[in-house]
Design a binder for this molecule. Structure first.
Ligand code: SF4
Length: 240
């Protein structure tokens, strides 16, 4: 199914995120998946998605380094929303992986390799196996410079499907209002200052200080700002 991306994006920029999620469900039906990190505000997109696609397949990558609170949060949302969660993990034993590389590989200094092995490979495998026509994701333009120019609907060459980002135009305040309106929970670590939550090691996620950017706690002190799942060669024109 080819979509005229400029036309569709023009149309969807005028719609609210719940309306965009509804458009995605109407357009792609059961051929739609979503990804969730079960992070700080993940309940928002999960809630929007299941209003129109109650059995949508939710891809969750378990890197092996997640906070115990993340697993508990996933389980509580899974029960509350009766979510259809598909957990993917690396095919490598993370302990063995580190041990084998121990002499020459300080993974804390090579976060790209660690994200590549434990996050990107399982996610790419999930997308290959599930082979959706479209993928709902929770990125927002105000989260990072790398996300500021993203379009609501893009063609993902990497995953061979459309990538749809309903929350793209929303601010923290709008997210907060939606959560309040629908009585949605934040990840339990938010109250401890973790406003963007990835993996457990302090070098990957730390609490943020008052006034800091919510993503300042991710890979703090490193150039890295993205795990890689949302880094892609995308087209802004119609699917070729
Ligand atoms: S966020 Fe950190 S621990 Fe998690 S996969 Fe990436 S580098 Fe590894």
């Amino acid at each position: 199914m080819a979509i005229d991306l400029p036309e569709v994006n023009l149309l969807l920029e005028e719609r609210t995120p719940p309306q965009i999620a509804a458009w995605a469900a109407a357009q792609f039906g059961g051929d739609l998946v979503m990804s969730s990190s079960f992070g700080a505000e993940s309940a928002v997109l999960l809630h929007m998605a299941i209003q129109n696609s109650p059995r949508i397949r939710v891809i969750m990558v378990d890197t092996g380094y997640l906070f115990p609170e993340t697993y508990a949060f996933m389980e509580s949302l899974r029960k509350r929303f009766d979510l259809n969660v598909w957990v993917y993990r690396t095919h490598q034993d993370p302990v063995k992986y580190l041990h084998d590389k121990a002499e020459a590989f300080d993974w804390r200094n090579d976060v790209d390799s660690c994200c590549g092995a434990n996050k990107n490979e399982p996610f790419d495998r999930a997308m290959k196996e599930l082979a959706p026509a479209a993928w709902l994701r929770g990125i927002r333009r105000d989260q990072a410079d790398t996300r500021a120019s993203r379009q609501i609907v893009e063609w993902s060459r990497r995953n061979n499907c459309y990538a749809i980002s309903p929350l793209l135009p929303w601010s923290n305040r709008q997210i907060g209002l939606y959560m309040k309106e629908h009585e949605l929970p934040y990840h339990p670590l938010v109250e401890k200052g973790y406003l963007s939550i990835g993996c457990n090691p302090l070098s990957c996620t730390r609490p943020v200080l008052p006034g800091e950017d919510p993503r300042a706690g991710r890979w703090a002190g490193k150039e890295k700002t993205e795990c890689g799942l949302h880094v892609d060669q995308s087209l802004d024109s119609a699917k070729l």
